[in-house]
Write a protein that binds this ligand. Structure first.
Ligand code: HEC
Length: 209
């Protein structure tokens, strides 16, 4: 449940009893409140106590942006061979580790299906160990939520067949959405104005995905 821009919320319910809410907002500490039903509750959040707490609230991408890649090719291999499964930079993936600990994690990831070169392996563990030290990231997040969002309607559309697997979808500046199909290495492009879906074959890069 989200609040409106003034911070108010409404939870219509026919269920009696006490509701437990965990309230979250960027820049503030989480707060859990228990409110009796049919009641108006006022919830006050406290600002984070320090820089580390602010930093921990940032999205994974803010932490991933601190990775000091030195070579575009190695960075690109990490995108294609690590980040097709998960991002870098969320709490679990950014814990401080020695190079040896990174080597153990990376070989576990190879067991899951990551295909990397010897050089990738050496560079990933060196750069990730040097970059992720659990120091606070100084970026400030400026929440940018469209006021149209609370009135948004979701429309689903089916495409492809059972074999197709679009992993992530991005909204383009041109109003179209783009999704990469991991099963067949295609790009699906949907234009909501025409309701048309096209698909393009991605160029070969010699890697399985
Ligand atoms: C096939 C999917 C997949 C790929 C590819 C993959 N991961 Fe993971 N990763 C996972 C899963 C699932 C977990 C959680 C389970 C675990 O930790 O074993 C995980 C967890 C992690 C963690 C947190 C666990 C820890 O012990 O610190 C790190 C860091 C990580 N991955 C790094 C990488 C790196 C670096 C690569 C590329 C070399 C990579 N991953 C590629 C699926 C994947």
């Amino acid at each position: 449940m989200y609040t409106n821009p003034a911070g108010s919320y409404l939870l219509p319910s026919k269920v009696d009893g006490v509701a437990s809410f965990r309230v979250r907002a960027y820049g503030f500490a989480d707060s859990t409140q228990r409110l009796p039903g049919a009641n108006t509750g006022r919830i006050v959040l406290l600002h984070h106590a320090g820089r580390l707490e602010y930093s921990n609230d940032l999205p994974a991408s803010a932490h991933a942006a601190t990775i000091k890649w030195e070579d575009a090719r190695i960075r690109s291999d990490s995108v294609s061979q690590c980040q097709f499964c998960h991002q870098f930079g969320y709490m679990w993936t950014r814990r401080t580790k020695t190079e040896d600990q990174w080597a153990t994690v990376i070989s576990r990831m190879e067991g899951y299906g990551s295909v990397i070169t010897w050089e990738d392996g050496r560079e990933f563990r060196r750069i990730l160990a040097a970059s992720f030290k659990e120091n606070p990231v100084e970026t400030v997040l400026t929440p940018d939520v469209s006021l149209e969002l609370p009135r948004a309607k979701v429309r689903e559309r089916s495409f492809g067949t059972g074999i197709n697997y679009v992993h992530d979808v991005e909204a383009g500046k041109d109003g179209k959405s783009y999704g990469v199909d991991m099963s067949v290495d295609h790009l699906w492009i949907f234009d909501p104005r025409t309701n048309k879906m096209e698909d393009l074959k991605l160029p070969e890069n010699g890697l399985p995905l």
